[in-house]
Ligand binder design. Sequence first.
Ligand SMILES: Nc1ncnc2c1ncn2[C@@H]1O[C@H](COP(=O)(O)OP(=O)(O)OP(=O)(O)O)[C@@H](O)[C@H]1O
Ligand SMILES: [Mg+2]
Length: 209
Amino acid sequence: MLKLEDIEYHPSTSEKPILRGISLDANKGQPLIISGPSGSGKTTLIEVISGLVTQSKGTIYCDNEELKGRQRRAISGVVFQFPERHFIGMTVAHELRLGHRRLPGELQSEVLTRVGLGSIDISELPEKLSGGQQRRLAIAVQLIRRPKILLLDEPTAGLDWSIREEILKLIKQLSREQYMVIVTHEPETFASWNIRSYQLDKQILNPAI
Ligand SMILES: Nc1ncnc2c1ncn2[C@@H]1O[C@H](COP(=O)(O)OP(=O)(O)OP(=O)(O)O)[C@@H](O)[C@H]1O
Ligand SMILES: [Mg+2]
């Protein structure tokens, strides 16, 4: 289980805490879905869980072990909003290899297959892929790190309706295999999944569904 206990985040650059009193948990097959209006702290929560910033208060556990920021960074894969805007690889293969001293070919093909890109040309420029394929590649870039927790910030933002459905199907599949945190300003997108979602609003957390 991934568990957040009474998390507060109050950076010195902010007058008030951005996050306060957040206690939540997630399991494989039961991703954490968090919604809230713009500015409610969704992206900040992803940064805290993944250890990119450190909470001011509270504890995060994974599989009953308390994890400090550095440990969380090691086991988290974060797909930020519009991830394809940040591709810098010259080819799909290069994009996947960035930051890895050595990338076994089997791992690369396994991950591409998992995200539904098993048959693409990996010598192609990432920008040449379709919108849906680019989103899949961004997820693959994180899966290559074999994260225990996959965190997705607005994973379907900016996609055409039919592509959104495809990406949602992929995310649902992946959520059965690992811990997942999804933040969105459109919780209705996930309504058919029939799992609880939470609303971050003025630092009050309510079960939404
Ligand atoms: N380090 C920081 N110092 C001061 N304020 C911050 C800091 N980080 C975030 N904030 C503020 O915290 C609030 C929450 O920001 P955040 O980006 O997490 O919201 P969000 O819910 O992801 O919004 P959106 O839906 O627009 O992406 C915002 O008002 C933001 O300006
Ligand atoms: Mg955000």
